[in-house]
Design a protein around this ligand. Structure first.
Ligand code: NI
Length: 273
């Protein structure tokens, strides 16, 4: 048995740490979670998403390892050519646990100065670091100036996000199927907006359709003050996502992801929206 704070914490402890880190950066998620609880809902988490670079020391393989060791297996791969991303999703064998969605940006496809900057940032990550169980709540492990963040953002919002926030959950996702007091994702979205939160409207508020077996929407990332090496600046952090799944031909709820929808969801952290 693992003990809290031990060298091999249980999945439950890791998930708690991820949620704490995430709501610390995204208090909107805590407020929406509370609003749902106040209606008598018990919120189930559909998936947790991580972002990284495709460099060997921090690739999807590396981030997935603690989950694989705790009973997760890969169940899908996805391509996002326009955003220069690939992603994979992992499912637990045990029911009731969130899926894990990890994407990575192809650093070599970025402009040379951006790729060089990312390689330099990664020099601060030791070989031993990614094997620590808390790696995926480690946050940013390198010094970064606001000018460097802006230079990366000019090539890729995604790369700039990872550079600014490091290794930690990008979003958690409410399992809409598990809610009892909402008949549809549109009903939930209306409630979220009435409660004063903005939704990501890129590609329409609801991405996907019953025919695609998955509908998703998300809040826009909230802006938070981030300390850079040369001062503090307000930038987009994390967002909260909502997913409703439909049964496939086998009668089971579809558990995968739709690349075209996720492509728009990624824009929830785009600046200036
Ligand atoms: Ni997601």
């Amino acid at each position: 048995m693992s003990t809290p704070g031990g060298t091999h914490p249980t999945l439950e402890i890791l998930l708690d740490r991820m949620w704490s880190d995430y709501v610390g950066l995204n208090p909107i998620a805590r407020r929406i979670h509370q609003l749902l609880a106040d209606r008598g809902e018990s919120v189930v988490n559909d998936h947790i998403a991580f972002r990284t670079f495709d460099l060997p020391r921090v690739s999807i393989d590396v981030l997935a390892k603690p989950f694989i060791e705790r009973g997760y297996a890969e169940r899908g791969t996805y391509e996002f050519p326009e955003k220069k991303l690939v992603a994979r999703h992992f499912e637990a064998t045990e029911p009731g646990l969130p899926k894990i969605f990890i994407s990575q940006i192809r650093v070599a496809t970025l402009p040379r100065d951006a790729a060089d900057l990312i390689a330099r940032l990664l020099e601060s990550v030791s070989d031993a670091h990614p094997s620590q169980p808390d790696f995926f709540v480690a946050g940013r492990l390198w010094p970064l100036s606001f000018g460097e963040y802006q230079r990366l953002a000019a090539s890729s919002d995604y790369a700039a996000w990872v550079a600014a926030f490091g290794f930690r959950p990008n979003h958690f996702t409410v399992d809409v199927n598990a809610l009892r007091t909402f008949g549809s994702l549109a009903d939930l979205d209306a409630f979220i907006k009435q409660s004063g939160f903005a939704l990501n409207a890129s590609g329409g508020e609801i991405k996907g359709s019953p025919g695609e077996l998955l509908e998703q929407s998300s809040t826009m990332a909230n802006l938070i003050d981030v300390t850079f090496s040369d001062g503090t600046h307000r930038i987009p952090a994390c967002y909260y996502e909502f997913a409703r799944r439909y049964p496939g031909p086998d009668g089971r709820l579809y558990q995968g992801f739709i690349a075209a929808s996720a492509d728009k969801i990624f824009e929830s952290t785009t600046r200036g929206q």
